[in-house]
Write a protein that binds this ligand. Structure first.
Ligand SMILES: Cc1cc2nc3c(=O)[nH]c(=O)nc-3n(C[C@H](O)[C@H](O)[C@H](O)COP(=O)(O)OP(=O)(O)OC[C@H]3O[C@@H](n4cnc5c(N)ncnc54)[C@H](O)[C@@H]3O)c2cc1C
Length: 315
C-alpha cells in the first residue's frame, strides 16, 4: 500500500470545510489552515467579551436548492446544528452561523491564526510559508478556498498562476452589530434615512437558539455605500450608521453595544461559472463562492466539487 496522500486545505470557511470533510472521508490526510482567530470565514459568529452578546455579522441564513446541500441541511437540522428561521424563510446555524462549519471540521486537524503567505512545490512536494511562524509539514496537494482576490494574491506571491481568477467580482459590505434594551424601537427590515446607507436590518434575537434578553440587530450597509466608505475606520462607520438609523426612525437608539465590521469581499457580483479550478499537473486547486455565486450553498458545492476532482486524481 502506498503512503496516505496529504492535502493542505487553506481557508476554513464553508467551502474549505466541506472540501476537508470529503477528502478525509476518501482516506486522504488533511490539515486546514486559516488566518482567522476562529473558523467559519464569512459564516462567522462574533462574541462580544463579557457581555453574553453574539452576532452573525456575515451570512445571515442559508437556503438549499440543490440535492447535495438540501441533504446536508436536513442532516444538520435533524442533529440541531441548524434550525429554521421562520422570519426569513431560511435556516441558521445553532447557536451561531459558525456551527455548520464547526460540524464539518469536527475531528480534522484545523489550525487557526495561520496566514498562508506563499506556497512552494519542489520535487512534487508542497510546503507552506506562514506569517505567524514556521510549519514543517509536507503536502501532496493544496486546495485554496479564499475569496478569489486573495487566491490571486497568494498565487502572485508564489510565482504561480491559476486560470480565471480575474473573472469574479465581489461587492464589499459594512456590517453593524447593535444591541439595545428590549424597549428600543429597532425592527427587522429595510430602512431608509435618505442617504442610501442601509440595505437591511436583521433581528439576531429572533433566530432559534439565541438569547432574547436584549434586542440584537445586524445591519448591512448597501454595496454602493460600503464601496464609497470602504477605507473609513470602524469607529467612523459605526457613528455614521447609528446616525442613519436614528434619522430614519426619528428617535435615539441608545445602544448598549455598537461596532462595525468591514467585509472587503462580501458578496459575489460576478461569478466564474465553473464549479472550481483544478490543475492536475500541479496538484493545486481553488474553490469558493466566487466559482458559482453569492451564497453559502454555492460555496459548499464548489468545495465539494474541488474535493471530488482531487480525490479522483489522488486517491
Ligand atoms: C455580510 C454578508 C452577508 C451574507 N449573507 C448571506 C446570506 O444571508 N445567505 C447566504 O447564503 N450567503 C450570504 N453571504 C455569503 C456567504 O457568507 C458566502 O458566500 C460564504 O460563506 C463563502 O464561503 P467561502 O468558504 O467561499 O469563503 P469564506 O467564508 O470567506 O472563507 C475563506 C477563508 O479563508 C481564510 N483566508 C483568507 N486568506 C487567507 C490566508 N492568506 N491564509 C489563511 N486563511 C486565509 C479566511 O479567513 C476565511 O476563513 C453573506 C456574506 C456576507 C459577508
Amino acid at each position: 500500500m502506498g503512503q496516505t496522500k496529504r492535502v493542505a486545505v487553506l481557508g476554513a470557511g464553508i467551502s474549505g470545510a466541506v472540501a476537508a470533510r470529503r477528502l478525509i472521508e476518501a482516506g486522504l490526510g488533511v490539515t486546514v489552515f486559516d488566518k482567522g482567530r476562529g473558523i467559519g470565514g464569512r459564516m462567522a459568529t462574533r462574541r462580544v467579551a463579557d457581555s453574553g452578546l453574539a452576532f452573525d455579522h456575515g451570512a445571515q441564513f442559508m437556503r438549499a436548492q440543490g440535492a447535495n446541500f438540501s441533504e446536508r441541511l436536513a442532516d444538520w437540522t435533524r442533529r440541531g446544528v441548524a434550525g429554521a428561521w421562520d422570519a426569513l424563510g431560511g435556516s441558521v446555524g445553532i447557536p451561531g452561523m459558525t456551527a455548520p462549519v464547526r460540524d464539518l471540521l469536527e475531528g480534522i486537524d484545523t489550525r487557526s491564526d495561520r496566514t498562508v503567505t506563499r506556497i512552494e512545490r519542489t520535487d512534487g512536494v508542497w510546503r507552506l510559508a506562514i506569517a505567524e511562524g514556521a510549519e514543517d509539514d509536507d503536502f501532496d496537494a493544496v486546495a485554496v478556498s479564499f475569496p478569489s482576490p486573495q487566491v490571486a494574491k497568494l498565487m502572485k506571491a508564489s510565482g504561480l498562476a491559476l486560470p480565471g481568477l480575474d473573472v469574479p467580482v465581489y461587492a464589499p459590505c459594512w456590517s453593524l452589530m447593535l444591541a439595545c434594551e428590549r424597549d428600543c424601537p429597532l425592527q427587522a427590515g429595510p430602512l431608509s434615512d435618505g442617504s442610501g446607507a442601509i440595505a437591511q436590518m436583521f433581528r439576531e434575537d429572533s433566530k432559534p437558539g439565541r438569547s432574547a434578553e436584549t434586542v440584537q440587530v445586524v445591519v448591512h450597509a448597501t454595496p454602493e455605500w460600503s464601496r464609497a466608505h470602504l477605507e473609513e475606520t470602524r469607529e467612523q462607520v459605526t457613528r455614521i450608521l447609528v446616525g442613519a438609523i436614528e434619522t430614519s426612525l426619528g428617535t435615539a437608539v441608545r445602544p448598549i453595544h455598537a461596532s462595525a465590521h468591514r467585509w472587503r469581499y462580501a458578496l459575489v457580483e460576478t461569478a466564474l461559472n465553473e464549479d472550481c479550478i483544478y490543475e492536475s499537473s500541479l496538484k493545486l486547486g481553488a474553490c469558493g463562492d466566487w466559482c458559482l455565486g453569492p451564497r453559502v450553498e454555492a460555496a459548499y458545492d464548489s468545495g465539494a466539487a474541488l474535493a471530488a476532482r482531487m480525490i479522483a486524481d489522488l486517491a
